[in-house]
Design a protein around this ligand. Structure first.
Ligand SMILES: [Zn+2]
Length: 394
């Protein structure tokens, strides 16, 4: 199977070390409700894992929930509720939305607030090795002490310090923090601010930085080297770049992950999205109007790697496609053992070309139209089996 590796910017053959695929996908920060962009990422990776299972691999899938964060504290203050109550509520909503979309739950769903001992262990080693420094109860990663820093950032076109600094600062890097030696340094452990929750550490009470959280949870449950690390395209820098730096200097092993995979952004902040879909950008709202299969088909009609914009017509087309599969279900009836080796082969070829789900769905849709015309039960049974690989419930 060929997959696009963000780190090398090329299609590479996916060959895990053994039958077990160790995969980590960055999870949500539970301060707001799940939108279509989240769904695109998690449905895309769910489909990848379903396909790898179909090929015979066993999956060990870890996902985190960033259940302490500036955004959670801010939103909780706005709503006048406790930060942990907000986190629990939005995590629950997210899991319900993902269950509805037939997304498999991870083998381990790790909470940042429960994993601080592992993070502290990594930070201590980074301090000993000279890649980090303590300042005023906080600990920072020292980017200038790390000549390897930024491989993933450079791969996506951030070629120099200034370019990295600009983007990092847009994404919460706190350039003016007086305790930092260099503006690009990022926080590993953040000293407690007045009124904020804190966990004990050798440097005093505080809370973990976002980047260290994912390194710690990935390595605790999957070991020092992963097969696939995924997330939205906006995480490649700074988040994943920082994860690589911390993890590889902690273990002394590279690469931290063999493949880095990123999903394209779904546009919904702009006016176009609100004009076309009104308030239907939340998964829970979409589910009131469309079936989970129709939403899943809408998402998989777009290749995981590219940005796209969702229009209500996309959902209508997806509903038609699901309708065709349902007609095939009626024609096939109880017979499930039929096969179509040509369709099977073409489906596999599409999926193994960097998970080309739009192509795979087109093949199934065309085959369904033929089956509806000629009542070919064998091809029908094959179609239904392959729709399951895409996570449809038809
Ligand atoms: Zn992460």
């Amino acid at each position: 199977m060929k997959l696009f590796n963000t780190l090398t910017q090329s299609l590479e053959t996916f060959t895990p070390r053994d039958n077990l695929v160790r995969i980590y996908v960055c999870g949500i920060t539970p301060y707001d409700t799940t939108h279509l962009g989240h769904a695109f990422t998690y449905v895309s990776f769910d489909t990848l894992m379903r396909y790898l299972e179909f090929l015979g691999y066993t999956i060990n899938y870890v996902q985190n929930v960033t259940d302490i964060d500036d955004d959670i504290l801010r939103k909780a203050r706005e709503l006048g509720i406790a930060w942990d109550e907000l986190g629990r509520r939005e995590t629950e909503r997210y899991l319900n939305d993902m269950d509805a979309l037939n997304v498999h739950r991870p083998n381990v769903y790790a909470h940042a607030t429960e994993e601080t001992p592992t993070m502290i262990e990594i930070i201590q080693v980074l301090l000993e090795k000279g890649f980090a420094y303590e300042s005023g109860g906080s600990v920072y990663y020292s980017v200038c002490q790390d000549p390897d820093f930024g491989t993933l950032a450079r791969a996506i076109g951030l070629n120099d310090y200034k370019a990295m600094l600009t983007i990092a600062n847009e994404r919460g890097n706190y350039p003016d923090d007086p305790r930092k030696k260099d503006a690009l340094d990022f926080v590993l452990w953040q000293a407690q601010a007045p009124g904020e929750p804190a966990w004990p550490s050798p440097w005093g009470p505080g809370r973990p930085g976002w980047h260290i959280e994912c390194s710690a949870m990935a390595m605790r449950y999957l070991g020092p080297q992963l097969d696939i690390h995924g997330g939205g395209a906006d995480l490649a820098f700074p988040h994943h770049t920082c994860e690589i730096a911390q993890s590889e200097h902690f273990t002394g092993k590279a690469p931290f992950s063999r493949f880095w995979m990123h999903t394209g952004m779904v546009h919904q902040d702009g006016e176009k999205m609100s004009k076309s879909l009104g308030n239907l950008t939340l998964v829970s709202d979409l589910l009131k109007t469309y079936s989970a299969d129709a939403i899943r088909v809408t998402l998989l009609n777009h290749h995981y790697r590219y940005p796209w914009e969702c229009f209500s017509e996309d959902l209508e087309v997806a509903m038609e496609t699901v309708g065709l599969f349902q007609q095939v279900r009626t024609i096939v009836g109880e017979q499930t053992d039929g096969e179509d080796t040509v369709l099977h082969g073409r489906f596999k070829a599409a999926m193994e070309n960097d998970l080309n789900t739009p192509e795979a769905l087109l093949l199934l849709r065309q085959a369904a139209e033929t089956v509806i015309a000629n009542h070919d039960v064998n091809t029908g049974a094959e179609i239904l089996r392959l729709t399951k690989v895409l996570g449809l419930r038809v």
